[in-house]
Design a protein around this ligand. Structure first.
Ligand code: TNX
Length: 482
């Protein structure tokens, strides 16, 4: 049954604390205004736009407006937390930082959706994890800056605060590197498949636009340059990067593990340093993801040699390195982060890295890989990690996933979308929604505040909203969509 009225707790991800006041509601009507202290004006403008979008009513900014944003939250809300109070006479949203206000704005947006009537009461909220990410694979299928921005607008509604861009792989190189123009001139071509689909690349100006657009929405871009494997596109452009120096053919198939940079050659490191320096200079955020996955044609010794040279580089440019969990085979400089992706529930090297104080991002494929099919009838997607229905993306605890990698070793949770089978924005949205909201709640809400039955009911409300916005979500049979 569909509830007749919205309740204060009808929010995804579920807030930490919800105290409804059933006697109070605050209706947003045409001309309702939002007011803010000067330091909160930018977020207030976002709120006005969001309320206009979801209610259809014109909502503007105005001194003394009944919806008030204040940058004076209490310490216990933390850098991204907020307190939201809704009474019959108005709304007060408080946070320590603009980011905290922005996540509170997302809560308000969801509560206002539809009839614009805000349920009364108090929400106090803050994230479980600091790193709550979605990953987009631009290498196997390129998405344009406009498409990336539109995707980001959908992600932030679920309080995702990092967008990891997988920029390079065997099939394509998607970021302009000025000193190495052939990377994008030659290898910015088709992604996977034989139909020529998915060509393109980001110029540095495009990349700067995406970074700035994300920053305006309190999202940090995490650029990934995958190495020493997954480098066929780089080797097509620059044959001096191959073992025998001979040219290799472009590839559009989906095989992995066949390409590798050469560990004991100066050209390799000249290339890697030039690329990482460019990416670091173009990236204001603290992270450089260096890949490191599936190096099946790199010997164990070469892999360690390579990482010993490369893992310290991000630090030289003022960044911290992230790598897929295979990097835990190497000595990890302090501050390096390990991203766990396998479906297995043990990994001695990741556990040892955590024991040595390295932080871990959880992306187990059987829970977070948005490119897995939902079930046998899903027309796109892969299934090497099994099917990934919605409940499976929701019903797990990142702190229990790898015994030996407890809560305090976790930096956060990330949901990758690999794009071998994607051909359009519709495909991207179909695999992302509703599973991304499930993973977002895993990353935001404390474990004891989560419950499948509750999530199932709350996520249902997004069906009509996504439909109205033209978002091609998957109508999972696990949900009673209205
Ligand atoms: C494994 S998981 C990969 C990617 C593929 C993906 C497809 C990981 C770090 N590497 O190269 O695109 O599977 O699901």
């Amino acid at each position: 049954m569909r509830p007749l009225t919205k309740r204060l707790g009808d929010v995804v991800p579920a807030p930490v604390s919800v105290r409804p006041d059933p006697a109070a509601t605050f209706p947003i009507v045409p001309g309702t205004t939002v007011s803010a202290s000067p330091d909160a004006a930018a977020v207030a403008a976002r709120l006005a736009t969001a309320l206009h979008e979801v209610t259809g009513h014109p909502v503007g900014l105005g001194a003394g407006g009944p919806i008030r944003l204040e940058l004076d939250g209490v310490r216990e809300h933390g850098p991204e937390g907020y307190r939201l109070e809704i009474t019959g006479s108005g709304v007060v949203l408080r946070a320590l930082t603009p980011a905290g206000l922005f996540w509170g704005v997302q809560t308000l947006r969801q509560l206002a959706a539809g009839d614009g009537v805000l349920p009364g009461g108090v929400i106090e909220d803050r994230p479980r994890f600091a790193y709550r990410a979605a990953m987009l694979d631009l290498a196997r299928h390129f998405f344009t800056p406009a498409e990336i921005r539109a995707h980001l607008d959908l992600l932030v509604q679920f309080k995702i605060n990092h967008l990891h861009l997988h920029l390079t792989d065997d099939q394509g190189w998607r970021l302009e590197i000025p000193g190495r123009p052939r990377l994008t001139e030659v290898s910015g071509g088709p992604g996977t498949g034989c139909d020529g689909a998915g060509p393109g690349f980001l110029t540095l100006a495009d990349y700067a636009d995406v970074v700035a657009y994300a920053a305006d929405r309190h999202v940090t871009i995490v650029p990934e340059i995958d190495m020493p494997g997954h480098v066929n596109a780089a080797q097509v452009a620059y044959p001096e990067l191959t073992a025998d120096g001979k040219p290799v053919e472009p590839r559009t198939d989906t095989e992995v593990g066949y390409s590798s940079l050469v560990a004991d050659r100066a050209e390799t490191y000249a290339f890697v340093e030039a690329v990482l320096q460019t990416v670091a200079e173009a990236t204001p955020g603290p992270w450089l993801h260096i890949g490191g996955d599936e190096c099946l044609s790199t010997s164990a010794e070469d892999y360690r040699t390579f990482l010993a040279r490369v893992l310290p580089l991000p630090g030289r440019y003022g960044k911290r390195a992230i790598g897929w969990h295979e990097i835990a085979a190497a000595d990890l400089p302090e501050g390096t982060v390990v991203q766990y992706w396998r479906r297995q529930d043990d990994d001695a090297q990741t556990v040892a890295a955590a024991a040595a104080g390295r932080q871990v991002i959880m992306s187990p494929a059987d829970r977070t890989y948005l490119d897995m099919k939902y079930d046998e009838s899903t027309p796109i997607g892969l299934d090497w990690a099994g099917f990934l229905p919605l409940r499976q993306a929701y019903d797990w605890d990142p702190a229990q996933r790898l015994p030996g990698v407890p809560e305090d070793a976790l930096l956060g949770v990330a949901a990758p979308l690999w794009s071998e089978t994607l051909r359009s924005v519709a495909d991207m949205q179909y695999l992302t929604f509703p599973r991304l909201p499930a993973v977002a709640e895993v990353a935001w809400t404390p474990q004891d505040g989560r419950d499948w039955a509750s999530f199932r009911a709350r996520v249902a409300a997004f069906g009509p909203r996504w439909a109205a916005a033209g978002v091609t979500y998957f109508r999972s049979p696990e949900i009673d969509w209205p």
